[in-house]
Design a protein around this ligand. Sequence first.
Ligand code: PMP
Length: 399
Amino acid sequence: MHYGEFDTASLMFITPRPELIFVRGDGSWLHDDTGKRYLDFVQGWAVNCLGHCPAEIREALADQAARLINPSPAFFNGPMTELAGLLTEHSCFDRVFFANTGAEANEGAIKLARKWGRMHKDGAYEIITFEHSFHGRTLATMSASGKPGWDTLFAPQVPGFPKARLNDLDSVGALIGDKTVAIMLEPVQGEGGVIPAEPGFLQALRDLTRAHGLLLIVDEVQTGMGRTGRLFAHEHAGIEPDIMTLGKGIGGGVPLSALLAKEAVCCFQPGDQGGTYNGNPLMTAVGAAVLRRLLSDGFLARVDTLGRYLESRLQALVTRHALAGERGAGLLRALILDSDRGPALVKAALDYAPEGLLLNAPRPNLLRFMPALTVTEAEIDRMIEILDTLLGAVRADAG
Ligand code: PMP
């Protein structure tokens, strides 16, 4: 198929894509090849935390590309040490391993927990995860995920991931046995529909894991890097997990992820873990630039303020259109609709003229909002204005 000068026929089909090609981005806006612009409240699925093509990332890439791109992961480099140092200084963790995707960081977390179980818990290897959770698309992370249908897709699964129910402590307790080594969860289930783990539940999991000598692993691939108004979402509950994974926002749009752990858990030995691009200076230089910006004066407080503003504006839509509700944390929020008209609304928002709006519907009755952390109140107002119009016009069957 041709779109203007672009021929898409050679790409493997993995998902239906709208008939447009984006050619440029700046801040909260994307531009297609016909010159139409779109207000982006998806931002690469909560990835572009500083918006499209921010100066920090452009400069870090250009500067690092001119110095050193890839000395090999067998050697230290400056950006990898700087970013690891910043992450350990601003978290409760002691050491970092860099990878490229969220799934890969989670694979690392699973391997680390299994190794620790072999060394300290008589070979225990089971990691309790949760229904509707999402941890990635490798075989182990798909097996860890609680997405309906994934237990049979690409069967057989990687064994060892019994599923509990989020915010239901008894369902977790019932799964703990001799083979259990860890509990792993997202502080807010993102792909599952923006469902927060209650702070009291996270605290209870921390107590439970301590009582049983288990590791607590938080997957902050979507919630980390300021998304919820704190640098890491587990901070809201005042807990210290043993292991955390980061992805998406840490690279602000470039492939970078991280596995962080407490010293006592860092039991990898040479040969256990690696990867061609781990700690690549081109990507870690970007990560350091992104993190420096997130740590700059007032940045996270502003995300918190913007999150509350978005919440109040979405709440007003709930009242005006008699919708089911609104939920989330910081700038990761969802609007729960009155019917399964999410996909129809997403399409109508994309087609909206003169400027389109990018939204996401992880479930048919739900819209998810993941704007840049640098979004403005005026951009939130514009998004609400378009959505207000569409909510009055689009029914479930309109898609
Ligand atoms: N964990 C969570 C919580 C995620 O939201 C995602 C991506 N949606 C992943 C892991 C997987 O990340 P990636 O696509 O970079 O492998």
